[in-house]
Write a protein that binds this ligand. Structure first.
Ligand code: M6R
Length: 600
């Protein structure tokens, strides 16, 4: 969480920093600040709230060609002006922005900084005070910075300004993402290439425990032992228009609408010259040779993993376990003899998933990352990567990345089944094409979805999603979508579990959304709908063509039963969208959340 930018060059830095922060707002948006440096010194502007609020307090008359900026998702200390970054050392000589969590900040404060006066509750302020302390003790800035880094435990992406060193931004990274953008006559720093695409598409990756001295015309990367590292920049394959909303009121709606196109792009990306589905031979081999697959993910990606398990077990006949990443590290299950780990992550930066990746790599196991972001941490650190080809997903609520994950998992399962000479009674290319068409129908059904949202979600405080088999997993995702953007208490349940406790929650008028796309369990889920209706619930049945009944609220087009999650999730995304919209919620930036969860 939190986004960082920096600029050092010949132009005035303020607008570049502010525009960059606007592109990083998805990483956190409770407060923001910039610090700009010129011959007169360093000026800090910060404010609680969004970048738009920060703009109101920035004095545009201050000209400065060097600066750093930060958009915050609070970890230590409430969102406030004082806790907003940048933070300064007592004398004001050093100014710092930080993304990450310093686990030993309290110990460091006690051991080294008992005399320092702190202005914020943040862990970050400890870092900047330590740098000043070591500098006061005679170290030059680079040494003081490096020495401080060696004391930190936890994650950090840092950019530091020194009032007495006006030509440099000092940068460091450990576990939190950070890139250096390279230009002619300028260089930039950013948590994500998107932030600096406005000025360059050339970026340098940084590895953990590296520090960087960035000047207007030079970038020097060093290890914490002071050894210089040489690395060539890469070109960020991002189209600036992909990260604009265009005529859409919200990114979420745009991204829901993009799903049919994403399906078609995925079909194309994973086809070989003979028109057959194909993935890298090494990946097929690694998956085929595993005696058990462990899918590790968080949130929406975890829900996609639950569907992926069905694909892999049904098509490729390899047993699969799906784990929530944050639990896995502390509660590692007894592993099989030849496991393969699949990390599912839209961003490729999720700290909980990364902690598992580090742990399983230490045990010597192989890992495949399925991500939307090439070059992301999880992609770099795994043995193999499969890309989602969904294009940048900006809205905090994940939509097109979920369906892309499900589609790529289906392709993986299908290709591995072929690799293992197993017969699969499914023409996946054709069926995914049918899915794309069905998705078109659904994204065009916005009016109906808005009506459903109005009828069921306008006044309710809670809502249940029920389903069986695949529909249960999609219900979990429907509930997550609704709760995270509309703040309606929503839960997904397996239909069969209702009478084991949950049905006690049903009251007069409680909305219960039921999904019926699976022939084998259609009658059972219908039975569950009757049970809740008999207790006063207001049921909303969404069924698939061929299984529909008279009172169903919406019938989705028929697709292959195994692939139904790809289409049945779309009404849930749209219902959540309209529910949030009607409740005046900030659809793209729901409260307390951030897109990329880069702290454990
Ligand atoms: O980037 P990731 O896929 O690793 O993110 C995992 C979750 O944080 C994410 O899916 C989250 O649950 C979504 N915001 C939900 O819409």
């Amino acid at each position: 969480m939190c986004g960082i930018v920096g600029y050092i060059g010949l132009e005035d830095s303020k607008e570049i920093l502010l525009k960059g922060l606007e592109k990083l707002e998805y990483r956190g948006y409770d407060s923001a600040g910039i610090a700009v440096q010129n011959k007169e010194g360093i000026t800090v502007f910060k404010e609680k709230g969004r970048i738009a609020d920060l703009r109101n307090v920035v004095n545009m008359d201050v000209m400065a060609t060097t600066g750093i900026g930060h958009t915050r998702w609070a970890t230590h200390g409430v969102p406030s002006h004082d806790n907003a970054h940048p933070h300064q050392s007592t004398s004001g000589r050093f100014t710092l922005v930080h993304n990450g969590v310093i686990e030993n900040y309290a110990i460091l404060k006690r051991e080294y900084l008992s005399d320092a006066v702190f202005k914020s509750e943040t862990d970050t302020e400890v870092i900047v005070q330590l740098i000043e302390k070591f500098s006061n003790e005679g170290m030059d800035t680079e040494e003081a910075f490096r020495h401080t880094l060696t004391l930190l435990k936890g994650s950090y992406a840092l950019s530091l300004l020194d009032k007495e060193n006006t030509e440099v931004i000092f940068v460091a990274k450990n576990k939190s993402p950070l890139l250096i953008g390279v230009g002619s006559d300028f260089n930039v720093v950013a948590s994500d290439a998107m932030a600096m695409l406005q000025v360059t598409d050339q970026f340098l990756e940084l590895m953990d425990k590296e520090m960087v001295i960035v000047t207007q015309d030079k970038v020097t990367i060093k290890t914490l032992d002071g050894e210089e590292v040489f690395r060539a920049p890469y070109t960020a394959e991002l189209d600036a228009s992909d990260i604009e909303k265009g005529t859409y009121p919200h990114y979420m709606l745009k991204e829901i609408d993009e799903q049919p196109a994403v399906m078609r792009k995925i079909i194309q990306a994973y086809q070989n010259e003979e028109g057959k589905l194909a993935i890298d031979f090494n990946i097929s081999e690694a998956v085929s040779e595993a005696d058990r697959i462990y899918i590790v993910a968080c949130g929406t990606s975890y829900h996609a993993g639950l569907i992926g398990k069905q694909f892999i077990e049904k098509m490729a006949k390899i047993p699969v376990e799906v784990h929530v990443a944050s639990e896995f590290t502390y509660n590692m299950p007894l592993l099989s003899e030849k496991p393969l780990f699949i990390f599912l992550s839209q961003s490729g930066e999720t700290a909980d998933s990364r902690a598992v990746l580090v742990a399983v790599k230490e045990l010597g196991h192989k890992a495949l990352t399925i991500t939307n972001v090439p070059g992301s941490t999880l992609s770099r650190e795994a043995d193999h990567t499969l890309l989602l080809h969904a294009g940048p997903e900006i809205a905090v609520a994940s939509t097109k990345a979920y369906t892309a994950q499900v589609a790529v998992l289906a392709i993986l399962a299908n290709v591995v089944a072929n690799f293992r000479n197993l017969t699969v009674d499914l023409d996946l290319i054709k069926e995914l094409g049918i899915v794309a068409n069905a998705m078109e129908t659904l994204v065009d059904a916005k009016e109906e979805m808005e009506e459903i949202a109005t009828e069921y979600m306008s006044v309710t405080r809670n809502c249940f999603f029920i389903g069986r088999s695949m529909d249960y997993y999609v219900g979990l995702e429907g509930a997550l979508k609704l709760k995270e953007i509309s703040y309606i208490q929503a839960e997904g349940f397996a239909g069969g579990e209702l009478k084991h406790g949950t049905i006690a929650l049903i009251e007069e008028g409680t909305p219960v959304v039921a999904l019926a796309t699976q022939e084998g369990v259609n009658l059972s889920i219908r039975g569950n709908v009757k049970e809740v209706a008999a207790r006063g619930a207001h049921p909303c049945v969404i069924s698939m063509k061929g299984l529909e009944e008279e009172d169903d609220r919406y019938v989705i087009p028929a697709v292959h039963e195994l692939l139904s999650p790809l289409v049945s999730v779309v009404p849930f995304q749209l219902i959540a969208y309209y529910a949030a919209l009607h409740r005046d919620c900030d659809v793209d930036k729901p409260r307390n959340l951030a897109k990329s969860v880069t702290v454990e």
